[in-house]
Design a protein around this ligand. Structure first.
Ligand SMILES: *[C@@H]1O[C@H](CO)[C@@H](O)[C@H](O)[C@H]1NC(C)=O
Ligand SMILES: *[C@@H]1O[C@H](CO)[C@@H](O)[C@H](O)[C@H]1NC(C)=O
Ligand SMILES: *[C@@H]1O[C@H](CO)[C@@H](O)[C@H](O)[C@H]1NC(C)=O
Length: 356
């Protein structure tokens, strides 16, 4: 299973490298056809529905960046939740809820944050790729319009704010074409949380200003909105996770004919920055496929920490085993004038604690 993911990621990376090298804009039709037939082919075995396959064929360029951004979103999620019982991983089995080789969690608060981070990754990935492509002649390399700078001394805004529209639309399409339409509330939940992912990227953009114009005394500044690293949006989403709202179906109907999902407690409509969920979470202590829980057996823990990574909490009271490992390490490092460092290799013993 690990193997398959590696091969898959390698393929996507290679594809992206080629795409970036050719700068997307200059693709001939023949080349586009080649990319899409490789990328969209079922031989890569990410579970793909027919509508998704069509989407891939129509827009291979965005699709490739969506896969890559999705994977980066999941990686952020796993690094932010590494000290929790739920570590943003789910069963690596043949589930209908697999998106780009990742088995997604379902219905819970954890599913909400996972979807939002994946979606933020897709939006960010596509948006960044479009910015790299955009190189009109009146702009300098930062995107500042040199003509505008001459017309408007002072602070002006370039037209090259990061624009999330296309990335957001595409991420929505991916999720719409992927989702099994079995449970309407779950479908709505995923779409809502995907939108929260967009809000995460949008609210965490930053205004950048640089001196513009010819005088060099910074009388004229050019400002634009740019993306912050995905980690920033992911951290914001992690904070939203801790106050996610449980929702239920109300009697009220939305304009699109679906039932409105409202907060279970006060009947209010959640804001578009609130993560929402429909199912209570398990405690993630035990291995239980039906609850989407991997269990914490085999997880590393810290024997003295009182936090969520402490063995007491992480192992759910089952106890832990302590292991000593000999690992290769660098030691007796010497600094040689000038400038290099030489080290010996030696064995080091590390102690690990692992949940029973
Ligand atoms: C998450 O935890 C499971 C065991 O519960 C483990 O198999 C998996 O490797 C962990 N994933 C990450 C990304 O740490
Ligand atoms: C925790 O583990 C360390 C080794 O990592 C050991 O030296 C220490 O005695 C342990 N403490 C407790 C309370 O078990
Ligand atoms: C374990 O937790 C303690 C207390 O939080 C901390 O001081 C220590 O650095 C941690 N050990 C490791 C190996 O992370």
């Amino acid at each position: 299973m690990k193997h398959r993911n590696l091969a898959f990621n390698f393929f996507v990376q290679t594809w992206l490298a080629i795409t970036i090298a050719y700068n997307g804009a200059s693709f001939g039709d023949e080349y586009k056809k080649k990319i899409s037939s490789h990328l969209c082919k079922n031989e890569y075995k990410y579970k793909i529905t027919q509508p998704m396959l069509d989407l891939c064929k129509e827009q291979a360029y965005n699709f490739g960046y969506a896969i890559n951004g999705f994977n980066r979103g999941i990686t952020e999620c796993q690094s932010l939740f590494t000290n929790q019982r739920w570590n943003c991983s789910t069963f690596d089995v043949d589930s209908e809820f697999t998106l780009f080789n990742t088995v997604m969690s379902r219905g819970s608060k954890e599913a909400a944050v996972q979807m939002a981070m994946a979606s933020a990754g897709m939006i960010e990935g596509i948006t960044a790729s479009l910015r790299r492509k955009k190189k009109p002649t009146t702009k300098d390399e930062s995107g500042c319009n040199t003509q505008l700078a001459q017309q408007n001394p002072g602070e002006y805004y370039s037209e090259c704010d990061a624009d999330l529209t296309i990335g957001n639309r595409f991420a929505n399409l991916v999720i719409k074409t992927w989702q099994p339409q079995t449970n309407q509330e779950e479908v709505q939940m995923n779409e809502h949380n995907s939108y929260v992912g967009k809000m995460a990227v949008q609210l965490n953009m930053q205004k950048v200003c640089r001196c513009a114009g010819i005088s060099g005394n910074c009388v004229t500044k050019c400002c634009y909105q740019t993306l912050k690293p995905l980690k920033v949006s992911a951290q914001w989403l992690q904070a939203q996770y801790s106050k996610a709202q449980k929702v239920v179906r109300s009697q009220r109907v939305r304009r699109d004919g679906r039932y409105l999902l409202v907060n279970e407690k006060d009947g209010k409509e959640p804001a578009n920055t609130d993560l929402i969920y429909i199912l209570d979470s398990p405690d993630y202590c035990n291995h239980d496929i039906n609850k989407n829980s991997l269990g914490t057996t085999g997880r590393l823990c810290n024997n003295t920490s009182l936090d969520t990574n402490g063995c007491e909490y992480m192992c759910c009271g089952r106890g832990y085993v302590t292991e000593e490992l000999n690992v290769d390490d660098f030691c007796k490092c010497k600094f040689n004038w000038c400038c290099d460092v030489t080290c010996d290799r030696c064995k080091k013993t590390v102690t690990r604690h692992i949940c029973k």
